[in-house]
Design a protein around this ligand. Structure first.
Ligand code: GAL
Length: 312
């Protein structure tokens, strides 16, 4: 398949799930991400082969059930406020983790008013099913901090972390989540202060933790970087360039491990957005997938290729 794609599903609808993640469950790859059409915020499709896509549902919409937690803000729309994109408040970069202890799926995302990015909040929603309807719990500033581009990371022992851009994107924060994943327990790290990192995504290979981030140039692509650590709460390496000066015209959003059905080798796939731009151009945003190469000294890289073989 092509390394850049924007598929239609089996009903002929465009698969809009941007700034998202891909989770493997019950033999399917579930793609979850931003959908800004009509009153939708987050949608889910699944596929076995990345060719045939089945729509599974709108997980969060402006009409989702709201059960606001104390001290959080319930709004998903602010009537009368002009939007720059879609309808209602901006919901960006949704990511979901399954909580073994509560048996619930927990979604964390970036929340903004319709008209601007001033508030810089995170928001949380929960569901009993990965692709079910989510109940919105509200938005807030984690420990009072600004919070924009974000991701989640889960340890094998169930510990989970929320990673987000703070201080007007100048710093990157790592927060440990509470046991139920519904709140922030503590701030664990302030990474690369003043270096303006966005689009964080964390994955682990063998015993090494890797983090990809982009620079901060809105919808325009820029040079991404990688860093690594022995533990998420330990000390992170310096950043190193990842891809070319526009990261092959893409911005990271997730890394997906796939075991190659032919060779049995576990490969790690860079999954990214090639944003169409602001306004209506946003709906032309495509997905980019490239294999991550692991070099000596824990280094990682991607190279451009038009065609990819996921080995599934
Ligand atoms: C990007 C960010 C996107 C979105 C966009 C808005 O840098 O990664 O998630 O917030 O800016 O301009």
């Amino acid at each position: 398949m092509q390394s850049v794609f924007l598929p239609k599903d089996i009903n002929g609808n465009i698969v809009h799930a941007h700034g998202g993640q891909i989770l493997f469950q019950d033999g399917y790859y579930y793609l979850i991400g931003e959908n800004r059409t009509n009153r939708v915020k987050v949608s889910c499709w699944r596929t076995k082969d990345f060719r045939s896509w089945e729509f599974r549902g709108h997980l969060l919409t402006l009409d989702s059930k709201v059960e606001c937690r104390e001290g959080w803000a319930p709004e998903l729309e602010i009537p009368g406020e002009e939007t720059t994109l879609g309808h209602g408040c901006n919901i960006e970069r949704p990511k979901i983790l399954y909580n073994q202890k509560t048996g619930r799926y927990v979604m964390w995302m970036h929340w903004e008013r319709p008209a601007d990015y001033r508030e810089a909040r995170c928001a949380v929603a929960v569901s009993d099913r990965l692709d079910g309807e989510y109940t919105y719990l509200g938005s807030f500033n984690p420990l009072g901090h600004m919070s924009r581009d974000c991701t989640l990371f889960q340890e094998e022992n169930g510990d989970a972390y929320f990673i987000s851009a703070a201080r007007d994107n100048h710093d990157l924060h790592i927060y440990k989540l509470t046991e139920d994943y519904l709140g922030i327990e503590r701030l664990v790290q302030v990474l690369w202060p003043g270096e303006l990192r966005e689009a964080p995504t964390v994955f682990k290979k063998d015993e090494i933790y890797y983090m990809l981030t982009s620079g901060c140039t809105g919808w325009t692509p820029n040079q991404s970087s990688w860093a690594c650590a022995d533990s998420i709460e330990g000390s992170w390496s310096q950043r190193h360039n990842f891809g070319d000066e526009t990261t092959f015209h893409s911005q990271p959003t997730w890394v997906l491990p796939i075991t190659d059905a032919h060779t049995g080798e576990k490969r790690y796939w860079y999954f990214a957005d090639r944003w169409g731009g602001s306004g209506e151009k946003y709906y032309q945003s495509q997905y980019v997938m490239l294999p991550i190469h692991f070099g000596k000294d824990q280094s990682i890289s991607i190279q451009w290729q038009d065609e990819i073989d996921l080995g599934i």
